[in-house]
Design a protein around this ligand. Structure first.
Ligand code: CA
Length: 223
């Protein structure tokens, strides 16, 4: 799941990118409001994490503009403890949730998943499609009602695929998210091996290759 983080504190941003990355998100970081709306238009983001005190303006202005233009991307505002007024104002302007600095990355990850789930109209985290049922909480995967055993990397990959059902995921992004971004990793066929295993365990049809681009999770049963 791709997340956009707008935060001017570089250390905080780095730790959020790293920590959320370890929790299965792909985080892009911008240090100010400038260019955020263009990025949201171009990128495939599921959630915006928005610090309010930014060097080039007030995050609330950006939030208000987004909502006025009908952009309903889930927004979690990041506020300092003394910013109670701003927090309330943010929620009134259409923020979906907030976290208060210093926040726990586990809590932030849970809140991100919750706002995206609400956006998708799901009441639980359980992912379903192509005859597969995946409960990320217990890491249990079933195919046609039968338990399937997956390695930790396969579980992370499957979760990412199922959370982005029907979207083409580029090779580069998958490599960056799951296998680090050293050149050695990028040129190796580790990703192909993992996908081969997933297909063998879950059925060849669930992950489709899009030649020259990447892969997508397909739910043939979906309407
Ligand atoms: Ca700030």
């Amino acid at each position: 799941m791709n997340i956009l983080l707008v935060e001017d504190d570089e250390l905080l941003a780095q730790s959020a990118c790293l920590g959320l990355g370890q929790r299965g998100f792909v985080v892009d970081w911008m240090p100010g409001m400038n260019g955020v709306r263009e990025s949201l238009r171009q990128g495939d983001y599921r959630c915006l994490l928005l610090d309010l005190g930014l060097p080039d303006g007030d995050g609330l202005v950006l939030l208000r503009n987004l909502r006025e233009q009908g952009d309903d991307i889930p927004v979690i505002i990041i506020t300092a403890s003394y910013e109670l007024d701003k927090r309330i104002r943010g929620l009134e302007l259409g923020a979906d949730d907030y976290v208060q600095k210093p926040y726990s990355l586990d809590e932030l990850a849970a809140r991100i998943r919750a706002v995206i789930r609400r956006m998708d109209g799901r009441s639980s985290n359980i992912l379903q499609g192509a005859g597969i049922r995946f409960d990320p909480q217990s890491a249990q995967v079933e195919r046609e009602g039968k338990a399937v055993h997956l390695s930790p990397t396969e579980l992370k990959l499957l979760r990412y695929f199922m959370e982005n059902k029907g979207k083409v995921l580029s090779r580069e992004r998958l490599l960056r998210t799951f296998l680090g971004d050293s050149e050695e990793d990028a040129s190796s066929n580790v990703l192909d091996v993992h996908i081969h295993h997933l297909r063998r365990k879950l059925g060849a049809q669930c992950i489709k290759t899009v030649r020259g681009v990447g892969y997508l999770f397909l739910d043939a049963d979906a309407p």
